[in-house]
Design a protein around this ligand. Sequence first.
Ligand code: FAD
Length: 447
Amino acid sequence: MASPKIAIVGAGLSGLSLSLFITRLLPAASVKIYEVRPSTHPYTSGTINLTPNALRVLDHLGIYKSLIPQGFNFDNLTLLNHQFDFLASIPIAGISEFEYQSLRIERRIVHSALLQKVQEQPQIEIVYDSKCEAVEESDTAVTITFTNGASVSADILIACDGIHSTVRKSFVKDPNDCDPKYMGQISIGGFITKSQIQEFNVNNNPYPLMMFGPETSTGANFMVWPYNQEGDKFTFFSTLSKPEEEKDWKLLYSENKQNLKKIMEETFVSEDSPWNEMVKKTIEFSAVDGYRFWPFYLHSMPEKLYSEKARVIMVGDAAHAMPPSGGQGAAMAFEDAETLAYSLAAAFTGEEGTNTLQTQEILSKWSDHRIARMKTMQEMNKRMSDMRKGSSGSTSGFMFTVKVWAIWLLGLLGVLGRTRRAINNYDAKKEAAVFLGEGVVARLTEE
Ligand SMILES: Cc1cc2nc3c(=O)[nH]c(=O)nc-3n(C[C@H](O)[C@H](O)[C@H](O)COP(=O)(O)OP(=O)(O)OC[C@H]3O[C@@H](n4cnc5c(N)ncnc54)[C@H](O)[C@@H]3O)c2cc1C
């Protein structure tokens, strides 16, 4: 059995899940994760929705069941218009059809469940306070240099360093493909409790609620979503159009929470606002401190997700960050992690012994498979982003009427549900068996 030295840059959702799959499938491997943050860094960044394809991966890691009572489990998304008229109920998950419900949960809970598992694995070490600065690949090893002057070598390096990946820059050749592109939309959101707004849910519509309003220059959607098991703690958010990219989002947005609340008030609560009372009261009652902000960026898809010498590989947001409109970024990171671990295990335990040609061949199958999946996902994501767009300056209402009818019809025809099936039914282990061969996956998983 080969015992490769594997380095991972980034201890986020992709880095942690990948390290767990690698050490399970390749027990002789040693994995070191290098993370820029200190170990004491509080991992708090709002809530996340995990669909069945993401939960299946977490189930394979033995983490899913512990998450169920810590989040809001649901099957359908209720679509309404801005005046609270019912448009559709979209089945986005469900045990009978997809094996899992959907789960909205605080992101820190998922991260700490993964971290706890990692800490139980003696083959995995996390090295904190280590900011990767540069990467150099040779025929025999890859060398990673850190801003503190240290450097280390490994057989394989995997970029899990998120949307602003340093590792990506080291081997994506076209400079236009290095940095993510701003997509002209931002999201602003906060927190509220059920007791504060339930009386405004006039028909007791089941949560989560996704509301679409008339086309304006900025906002045309508003979401209210529970995130704990009892369903009494809510997050709310809206995607707003903002054509110009700011050089520094921090000053005006991330760090100016009063401004965030003001933008939401101007968009949804002004005197002539056509929005329903629930939306207005949600903003009115929300605490300024809870406001959060995200600009939307998209990475162009590289030709392949590994380097020439097959020693540097990209996964998660480093490889294919996309706007959160479809709620699939973390799901894609988890799918990448499980499928890549099968591929690396196949490469390092092949009958011909480990060699670069074999690794390249296997990584090429993995990379083609994941890029095809990402293209499908990005198309779906674009449709979701477009659905939430305001159209600059237009308040005519015509486009809005068309959109509302389209949503109603798509719901009626089950088209939105069918899209979900394509997303939710992905099973990373079964997919690996297709592109690597059933015999290979069976060999890697036999006790
Ligand atoms: C507003 C919003 C809502 C979202 N909602 C959803 C959702 O509902 N469902 C869903 O599936 N996805 C969602 N996503 C997407 C999801 O959050 C990301 O796709 C996911 O976190 C990507 O994980 P990652 O591990 O690849 O990157 P990250 O989570 O960004 O982790 C990267 C890690 O690398 C570290 N790092 C960075 N640079 C360096 C360096 N140079 N050296 C060392 N370490 C470094 C960072 O500190 C971090 O720990 C959402 C995203 C946003 C912005």
